[in-house]
Design a protein around this ligand. Sequence first.
Ligand code: PMP
Ligand code: GLU
Length: 397
Amino acid sequence: MRLSRRVGSIVESATLNVAERAGALKARGIDVATLVAGQPDFDTPDEIKAAAVEAIRQGFTKYTASSGIPELRAAIAEKFRKDNGLVVSPEDVLVSCGAKHSLFNFFAATCEEGDEVLIPAPYWVSYPEQVKAAGAVPVVVPTREEEGWKLRPEALTAALGPRTRAVVLNSPNNPTGAVYSAEELAALARALRGHDALVLSDEIYEKLIYGGARHHSIAALEPALAGRTVTVNGMSKAYAMTGWRIGYAAGPREVIEAMARLQSQTTSNPVSIAQKAALAALTRPTPDLARMVAEFDRRRLTMVERLRRIPELPLAVPQGAFYVFPRLSAYVGRRLNGSPLANVSALADALLEVGHVATVPGEPFGAPHHIRISYAVAPEVIDRGLDRLERFLASLT
Ligand code: PMP
Ligand code: GLU
């Protein structure tokens, strides 16, 4: 069967694939400690659910405006003003079916065949694949662990070229947990002054931030960038609403309009009921968010402390999101029951199949020596998973 070259060039999402493999082992009755989740283990808060139930009761079950209901777009514009210092009007906001969809709309609406998109590594697995699906070329710009996994302005300048269409920034970062300071973002903004590249700022982990770190939106720091930055965010992480599929983007009207036109011919509106739930989530006090963040922070510290006790497993302390990203390369080449484990992906496979701990290898994040471990899971699963990880690594010869 002949399939499209664009889709032929993309791979399945590694995060979703590992989650499914772990689920399949569990379905066979195997007790797997799954440290994979890219989603809070907390339930969606009751008031948010109640808003959705009320929407159903009221018959709010029809198509809505394709770009999202006006009240939600207005609430998002207000959120950007209040939390991020961005001046956006509701017309400059597009509500989509998850932030993943917002990102896809962006690449599809702005990239031409052969355009380049700069992606600092480590990166979330979906960026390069979405760029390829849009016909463009992902250009990976490495960052250094010793520099906190942050893109340096010199590296950005060196990577910018005549074909660069956009630069992806993701702070707090998945998978490293790195959070850029205002100064670091301002330095990147300065490096972009002499170039007309668009900036895609994925801020979905904005609220999940620890130990005094602060979130900043690059579009607010550099007025010259505001006119060419699309800021993406969503309900999934901060409100424990992954399944509701509501993400959103704001930016220059021309770009948002192009993304909206594409959406009007593809998915139409995000789920009507989920939009009402998102509206409730954005317009109410959030004591549950503070509790969730405090709990993630406790787990983060426990996990860092425990991983540090494992020999030859260096790691940078994450400041945001809910992942740790230790370097596993000291264990590569060691043997499990006589067979050498050739790379981190082989190690992660064996850890899952034999050690019964699910993690995501760093390779699809553009970091082949590392492994991503999520702490968005119950503390007892973290304990069990880390006990097993420790035993598994010690058993290698
Ligand atoms: N960006 C990053 C960095 C993510 O980790 C995720 C997680 N899925 C998303 C975007 C997309 O989130 P969603 O589609 O659930 O809004
Ligand atoms: N973003 C999450 C993760 O990195 C959820 C899964 C996905 O969409 O990739 O695990």
